[in-house]
Design a protein around this ligand. Structure first.
Ligand code: PMP
Length: 414
């Protein structure tokens, strides 16, 4: 279907493209508010992947036959489509990975292990996802480098004075989350990139919660590396994207060795293929790349700005409803441009896991736990939090069901 001619978002029509949203549990229609973990996949994406398997499934790069040629073109051109979507200069700067986590590891192993030393600092934020935090922590340990953390303020923002203090000429790399998956904070990543560059440090931005929900232009941002996952943006699981500036990627060692990433191999040595294939060893995620392109087409048809506005509106409504409950504590900034489409919270005297379980009795799907930010939860003084996260197909009526389930939980545990 076309969304182009809609004045504002026709959420009803959008929902029709997701049969899964019609599912019922115990006679109640599912309310899917776990989008920061994984978004649902519209028919258009499922159909594109099904067309691939039914019509032109074959291995890429090496085939002379028609099917391999068709698969190769689709796979290779998927890099061009992603480059265009995020404002990269071309396919050389777009590497397909398994997910955001693998993209972080690729840079940490390939660049970090070779470039970091005992005189270097890696600067992270206190709100990093484990994908970035654990990766840099462990690689820095092996390289003998120090890891420093930019403080999070009591209202869930980055302390930018502290950032300016921590990022110095000793800093070799900063890694910062664009939108926090726990606090919902939209970080001033452009400012962070500029501070890093002022000190000749590189900047990696984790865009797992940003690219699905707002326009992102990596060229304008000037980040050296940027990563995100297909499964959080209406696309399939199993594919993520690492953007990197071409000159930096050219200078880096491969991360994985094997077929397709080489040019010439002898018993003694090997040379590497051109970008991006140098970083894509073995048979890649061909169907997933086809699905990711379909997801990008689908998102752009709606418009990334309209998606951002819709999510901000739903998040604002959820924040206001939850803030009106006297025994609900909400984490992160007030609604507005500094908050993305998710709300993390706790209900006094009910453990987040119990709350999620009662929500499930109402067919309301939320997430409870540490959301892969254990140190941040320690800082917040809680072991776990509940998180409702929204996407383009969510409605205010669904938020009302979330709040009704909270009332039920309170009564059960009173
Ligand atoms: N960073 C952030 C901010 C995330 O929210 C997530 C997913 N929860 C990740 C990284 C990791 O993404 P993936 O599991 O797809 O590698």
């Amino acid at each position: 279907m076309s969304h182009q001619n809609l004045e504002s978002l026709d959420v009803g029509a959008i929902r029709d493209e997701f049969p899964i949203l019609q599912r019922e549990f115990d006679g109640q229609q599912v309310v899917y508010l776990d989008n920061a973990a994984t978004t649902q996949t519209p028919d258009q994406v499922v159909d594109a992947m099904s067309d691939y398997y039914r019509g032109y499934n074959a291995n890429v790069h090496r085939g002379i036959h028609h099917l391999s040629q068709e698969a190769s073109i689709a796979y290779e051109e998927a890099h061009d489509r992603v480059a265009e979507f995020i404002g990269a200069d071309g396919r050389e700067e777009v590497i397909f990975t398994k997910n955001t986590t693998e993209a972080e590891n690729l840079i940490a192993y390939s660049w970090g292990l070779n470039e970091l030393g005992p005189d270097d600092d890696v600067v992270l934020t206190e709100m990093e996802h484990h994908a970035s935090l654990v990766t840099w922590q462990q690689i820095a340990k092996r390289a003998g480098a120090d890891v420093k953390y930019i403080r999070v303020t009591s209202d869930g923002r980055l302390d930018m004075d502290h950032a300016r203090e921590l990022i110095t000429d000793d800093t070799a790399m900063i890694s910062a989350v664009h939108v926090s998956n726990t606090l919902g904070t939209v970080n001033p990543v452009s400012e962070l990139v500029d501070i890093a560059h002022d000190h000749d440090a590189l900047a990696f931005i984790d865009g797992a919660q940003a690219v699905p929900n707002r326009p992102v232009d990596v060229g304008a941002l000037d980040a050296d590396f940027y990563a995100f996952s297909g499964h959080k943006m209406a696309g399939p699981t199993g594919i993520g994207v690492l953007y990197g500036k071409q000159d930096l990627l050219e200078d880096m060692h491969p991360y994985l060795y094997g077929g397709d990433m080489i040019t010439k191999v002898t018993y003694e040595d090997s040379t590497w293929n051109e970008l991006p294939w140098k970083f894509e060893a073995g048979t890649p995620q061909i169907a997933e790349a086809v699905g990711l392109v379909a997801a990008i087409d689908w998102l752009e048809e709606i418009g990334m700005d309209r998606i951002r506005v819709h999510e901000e509106e739903i998040a604002r409504y959820a924040y206001e409803q939850l803030a009106a409950e006297p025994d609900v504590e909400i984490y992160g900034p007030e609604p507005g441009p500094e908050r993305g489409g998710l709300v993390g919270f706790n209900l006094e005297s009910v453990h987040a896991h119990d709350l999620a379980s009662i929500m499930n009795d109402h067919a309301v799907a939320i997430r409870a736990g540490d959301h892969c930010t254990q140190p941040l939860h320690d800082k917040l003084g809680v072991a776990a939090s509940a998180r409702a996260s929204f996407y383009v197909y969510n409605t205010k009526e669904e938020v009302d069901k979330l709040v009704a389930a909270i009332d039920d939980a309170r009564q059960l545990f009173a």
